[in-house]
Design a protein around this ligand. Sequence first.
Ligand code: SER
Length: 317
Amino acid sequence: MKNVLIIGSTGQIGSELTMKLRRMLPEGTIVAGYIPGAEPKGELLESGPSAVVDVTNGAQIAETVEKYKIDTIYNLAALLSAVAERKPLMAWNIQMNGLINILEIAREKGCAVFTPSSIGSFGPETPHQNTPQDTIQRPRSMYGVTKVATELLSDYYHNKYGVDTRSVRFPGLISHITLPGGGTTDYAVEIFYAAVKGEEFVCPIAAGTYMDMMYMPDALQAAVDIMQADPTRLVHRNSFNIAAMSFEPETLRAAIAKRIPSFRMRYEVDPVRQAIADSWPDKMDDSCARAEWGWKPTFGLDEMVDDMILNLRKKLL
Ligand code: SER
């Protein structure tokens, strides 16, 4: 990995991954791909090249790959689960037509490709406790349908054409830098903004709903480590379960209230997001990722909550 294109570089993951790779690979070229209306700003803009790369425009991708001699593509363009339910055709177009554009270019130019999958690739029939690496994947949401298809198509391009595709199934991702947009797990980020600002939080997910979550530094490390793993050790490719913590809204409320005693939360459950959350695992088994490429998270619930509050106080107050 030397010259990298990040598609979706201004999004929740992309904005931090681009900066991490630029620090990590000073000899390489890390190109921040974006769509008009979501331009990079500040440090992201100034620290390296950027280019308009709409995932649905194959010519744009090819041109940028050619110009910068790209060897690795991080494909982070996606509509998250709740938005994808409102705009299913747009989600299909970005997630599937976008992916096949990238895979075709990767096949021609010999690029490695990372396209994240998610806890959203599972469905109601999946075992919810210690969800195995290889298990039933029958999601009912459009987001989930595109994520399962992403896993299959990525494996197909590896098996048929030898394209170096690899990925992980991300849990809900929590960070203090860029907000997620329209996911089912977003509550676990928004709750911190309310708590630090001294506002009441209205939680759209019901008490008792467990989901896997992860702090962004661990997610970024996973995205890097999987692409640098020794390929001879990989039994799986698309995609690996990775887990760090599993909690429900009350657990998070209590952890925040321990640090901000005046914090208050009430529930106004959103039926769309609740149905999606109910169909997802409570807790994934990530033993294959641990065994095949050494996955190991560093942030548990308490470390994550401390760091979120510390950083959001600096940002918001
Ligand atoms: N965080 C995503 C969502 O909630 C799941 O991968 O849609």
